[in-house]
Design a protein around this ligand. Structure first.
Ligand SMILES: Nc1nc2c(ncn2[C@@H]2O[C@H](COP(=O)(O)OP(=O)(O)OP(=O)(O)O)[C@@H](O)[C@H]2O)c(=O)[nH]1
Ligand SMILES: [Mg+2]
Length: 444
């Protein structure tokens, strides 16, 4: 499939720089490049060229690269101009290229064309965006693995398994004298189970990949003086927040971004939860609750020297239990040998004790994304599609157990396959494609 028009965009960040790269793609890319440079462009060569305005004025000179279709990023004829990185020069050149027949590209339009021309599948196109925007080294390495096609390979393998199973069931349906004969087949049962197990494994990997891409949000909550700001400072590695022995020190929400073993984590320190008198502190407490509502994980701090008070217990009741982790702070103040029998993690912001276990709890115990060479980057939509595919495979297995209808099973498997196809872009609606590519930046 080839688009009928030719697009152009600045591929480097706008603003002043040593160089800027303008990118053209489409059937007239070569012609536009040749007219602007008043020269022939040969494919696959780096050519020093001058670029002229319509009246013959010299606009700039620089390098020109012509990639003949289909051997280009988009699969179409592409021309790249490497010019001087001044915004005015770039503007004049863009204007000239548009006068010659190109139009300004929409965000992500180059990647969209690469996808439509079969140069990349959807997970790979997304991986380029994620690589560019990755918030940590681990995320960038994982994005690179997705771009290399590791994620798609896994999906293709799953799809193949499902296709085999469907073929087997559909053939059996055609030939079985009695449906019951083939439905007694243990082979189908075990193959459905294997398929569900594989899906489950990839789902777990995709969930980890999503954490790596989107990061986690942690809210620090608790009574005044529980040690929230001190913990923020310990995790951030510098004195981000003011700490005093007075209750009610923190009012505004303090946001810090840290990388915990390669996972980007946003830590939000909040005002101590109490019935405050001062209007500013009241507003701080209100905002603390908003942060608690939004966080993936709420660390509820309890000063270990005071222990959990009635107020702590009342607050814990109001907190979302599945997202809350109890943290006993200031454990350096416990006497040596004191028992630590309470259900929660003991930490000391002062000595650093317990921070490792706390980090393990935040990012998932045992996870070290820097060491994980299997990880690939995934997005929420991938996780959702995998979940739905898994549901259908499970449903197929249930159907097998209950109604024993081969037709229904085949139908469920078809649905599972369709959801997997959404991930790589085989079965993705134009609407969704439009939204995915629109979130990319211009020139990509
Ligand atoms: N010994 C010891 N003292 C700590 C530790 N963490 C905090 N403190 C002390 O506890 C007091 C309160 O600490 P903050 O970090 O300001 O507590 P907070 O929960 O942010 O308090 P508010 O902002 O008022 O809600 C300060 O005097 C800290 O020095 C710790 O790990 N060990
Ligand atoms: Mg504080």
């Amino acid at each position: 499939m080839t688009a009928s028009d030719t697009i152009v965009a600045l591929a480097t960040p706008p603003g002043v720089g040593a160089l800027a790269i303008l990118r053209l793609s489409g059937p007239r890319a070569r012609e536009v490049g040749e007219t602007a440079s008043r020269s022939r462009l040969e494919p696959g060569r780096i050519q020093l060229r001058k670029f002229y305005a319509a009246d013959g004025d010299l606009l700039d000179h620089g390098l020109c690269l012509y990639f003949a279709e289909p051997r280009s990023f988009t699969g179409e004829d592409c021309v790249e101009l490497q010019v001087h990185g001044g915004p005015i020069v770039v503007d004049m050149l863009l204007e000239r290229l548009c006068d010659l027949g190109a139009r300004l590209a929409r965000p992500g339009e180059f990647s969209e064309r690469a996808f439509l021309n079969g140069k990349l599948d959807l997970t790979q196109a997304e991986a380029i965006a994620d690589l560019i925007e990755s918030g940590s080294r681990a995320a960038s390495r994982a994005a690179m693995r997705s771009l290399e096609g590791r994620f798609s390979e896994q999906i293709h393998r799953l799809v193949d398994e499902i296709i085999d199973l469907r073929a087997f069931i559909e053939a059996a349906l055609d030939f079985a004298e009695e449906e019951i004969d083939f439905l007694d087949n243990d082979d189908i049962r075990s193959r459905l189970e294997t398929c569900a197990t594989h899906l489950d494994e990839i789902l777990a990997q995709a969930e980890a990949g999503r954490t790596l891409q989107e990061g986690l949000t942690v809210a620090l909550a608790g009574l005044p003086n529980a040690g929230k700001s001190s913990l923020l400072n310990a995790l951030a590695g510098y004195e981000a927040a003011i700490v005093t022995e007075h209750e009610g020190t923190t009012r505004d929400v303090l946001r810090e971004r840290v990388s915990l073993k390669g996972v980007p984590v946003r830590i939000n320190d909040t005002a101590g939860l109490r019935d405050a008198d001062h209007p500013a502190e009241q507003e701080g407490v209100r905002r603390a609750w908003t942060e608690i509502d939004r966080a993936d994980i709420v660390l509820f701090l309890i000063d270990v020297t005071r222990g959990a008070t009635e107020t702590d217990r009342a607050l814990l009741e109001r907190l979302p239990a599945e997202r809350v982790q109890r943290v006993y702070s200031k454990c350096d103040l416990l006497e040596a040998g004191a028992t630590r029998a309470l259900d929660g993690i003991y930490v000391s912001a002062r000595t650093g004790e317990g921070l490792e276990s706390l980090i393990g709890r935040i990012i998932g115990d045992g996870a070290d994304y820097n060491q994980d060479h299997q990880a690939f980057l995934a997005r929420r939509r991938h996780v959702d599609a995998l979940r739905r595919a898994l549901e259908f495979v499970r449903q197929a297995a249930a159907t097998f157990g209950e109604t024993r209808s081969g037709e229904l099973m085949a139908e469920d498997l078809r649905a599972a396959q369709r959801h997997l196809g959404e991930i790589t872009g085989e079965f993705t609606s134009d609407d969704l494609l439009g939204r995915i590519f629109a979130s990319f930046c211009i020139g990509k």
